[in-house]
Design a protein around this ligand. Sequence first.
Ligand code: ADE
Length: 260
Amino acid sequence: MSEPDRSHGRKSIRASLKPRALDGESPDLAGVWRADVITLFPDVFPGVLGASLTGKGLKDGKWQLHTHDLRPYGEGKHRNVDDTPAGGGAGMVMRADVLGRAISEVLRHRPPCPIIYMSPRGKPLTQTRTQVLADGPGPVILCGRFEGIDQRVIDHFKIEEVSIGDYVLSGGELAAQVMLDAAVRLIPGVLGNEISTENESFSNGLLEHPHYTRPPVWEDLKIPAVLMSGHHGKVAEWQKQQSEALTQERRPDLWEAFGD
Ligand code: ADE
């Protein structure tokens, strides 16, 4: 294995550590909730996070996003980041030394914070985990590609593995954006006063009730009469009953946990 070109490596690393975010530079806002994302595809960020209220929150400094290109930390002339799996088998594994350099560099800029590796092998992401993430300083997120990453990195840095569902994506970048969106919208001031997270699905352990708006009749379909009655008590009772019925039907796992 050839030695990396150290001087070129350092220059590239420094360049890659420049925060990238919406409209070029993300302001370095001390104490503001911060996500650092290590990825081979920094250009796909902020992606969907740059739109709508999360995007406005990013611009307004309600949260910050710093992406770090993994490539400059790679080995040799070609900055290789992966290699064949020990013990044989298909695919490639991301190298411990390369990931270790990148993570150590990013951690120099962070107070203690969770380090999360997006992986279909991880614990499923829940609203509870998301709220804890939103309440903390913000994570360092590792986006994998190929078959996975060297286990020693996970063990050494005590990395938490998080999955966004029982299916396999091509890499962790989309999963990271999903997790970040779910967390960032819970940071005070990001959604604004007009949107409440209090009654939404999962916040009370149940799926949310159906919603309706104008027109009162559409394609011969009427808005349920109780919602037009102006009787707040009856509306609340109807919404609770709908929420419980939906949860029982669609998510027996949630319903069982709700009853405990
Ligand atoms: N990377 C690939 N698939 C994933 C999943 N389901 N969740 C999180 N990260 C992933």
